[in-house]
Design a binder for this molecule. Structure first.
Ligand code: HSE
Length: 316
């Protein structure tokens, strides 16, 4: 069955959009993430007869084309290991999500690659298998396997990663939420942003944090915007990492004044994200972000978008 599917698909190609993601969602370090409708990467994958991965980059980021040093490459090498015949992938990657931006650039590459490849193979792997493979990309990018960008990128929506060993991913329903993101054009490497974190925490801080995580998940499931807002608090990671992000405290204060439900560092930064109930508020929040960053003189991009409910999208 597998052989027939592969031979039917050989030479065919598929193009996908792999969305950016917001990991952590403030209080849920390594366990919560959401998929965005914008930005996204574009990738075309083709089956080839060799058990290898050939990478073409069509953007200006100069990412490695050696598959063992490329996050999409290592994820696909993992997939090839699991195939029982000679098959490989030729991939063309157009990154629209800047590497090191904090909106899941590496996850979009590795998750997008495995979803596209699996589509060409007749969907022989399930989503959990794909998350496992794509996490090798995260390990290459940040030194550690984590699924809080990969899982929402593949499943869409908001995902809770209760555990990665064994993998236990839960899709969390959510009400309509607008997401405003500001991406200052500086790079924060996830590996560095993880190294500066404290290895031990106080019990009283842990209690606050897990109260917030539970509150956020309950608020999302109950469409309770006030509970969501109260729970968007991070007493563990933000106090340490925010020093890497220029004007973080000011952006946050101004966005809350503009009516955001709450927000914080997107993934490991430097992007900052805010959640809002409606588009008008999300636009006012964008305006506040622009005012603060324009005054700093640091170049930046902003996005106003919504939660992407389906994750990687097959285009053709
Ligand atoms: N949970 C990860 C971190 C996400 O915060 O280091 C990185 O995008």
């Amino acid at each position: 069955m597998l052989d027939k599917t592969i031979s039917d698909a050989r030479g065919k190609s598929v193009t996908i959009h792999a969305p950016g993601t917001v990991a952590n969602m403030v209080c849920g370090f390594d366990v919560l993430g959401l998929a965005l409708n914008e930005p996204y990467d574009v990738m075309t994958v083709k089956l080839i007869d060799e058990s290898t991965v050939v990478i073409h980059n069509v953007d200006s980021y100069n990412l490695p084309t050696d598959p063992a040093r490329n996050v999409a490459g290592v994820a696909l090498l993992e997939m090839i290991e699991k195939l029982d015949r000679k098959t490989g992938f030729d991939i063309t990657i157009e990154k629209r999500i800047k590497p090191g931006s904090g909106v899941g650039s590496s996850a979009a590459s590795s998750a997008g690659a495995v979803v596209a490849a699996n589509h060409l193979l007749g969907n022989i792997f399930n989503n959990d298998d794909l998350v496992q493979m794509a996490m090798f990309g995260e390990k290459l990018a940040s030194g550690v396997k984590h699924a809080d960008n990969i899982a929402p990128c593949i499943f869409g929506g908001v995902t809770l990663i209760r555990s990665i060993l064994p993998l236990d991913i839960i899709s969390v329903p959510s009400p309509l939420l607008y997401v405003t993101v500001v991406h200052p054009q500086i790079e924060v490497r996830t590996e560095d942003a993880r190294q500066i974190l404290k290895k031990q925490i106080l019990l009283k801080d842990a209690i606050k944090q897990w109260g917030n995580i539970a509150g956020l998940v309950a608020g999302l499931m109950k469409n309770d915007y006030d509970l969501i807002s109260r729970s968007l608090e991070d007493v563990l990671i933000e106090p340490v990492r925010s020093i890497l992000i220029p004007a973080f405290a000011e952006v946050k204060a101004r966005c809350l004044e503009a009516g955001a439900l709450g927000g914080g560092i997107s993934g490991s930064g430097p992007s900052i994200f805010m959640l809002s109930k409606d588009e008008a508020t999300a636009l006012a929040v964008e305006n506040a972000m622009k005012e603060v960053y324009t005054a700093t003189g640091i170049a930046y991009h902003t996005y106003v978008t919504t939660i992407n409910p389906r994750g990687v999208k097959i285009i053709e």
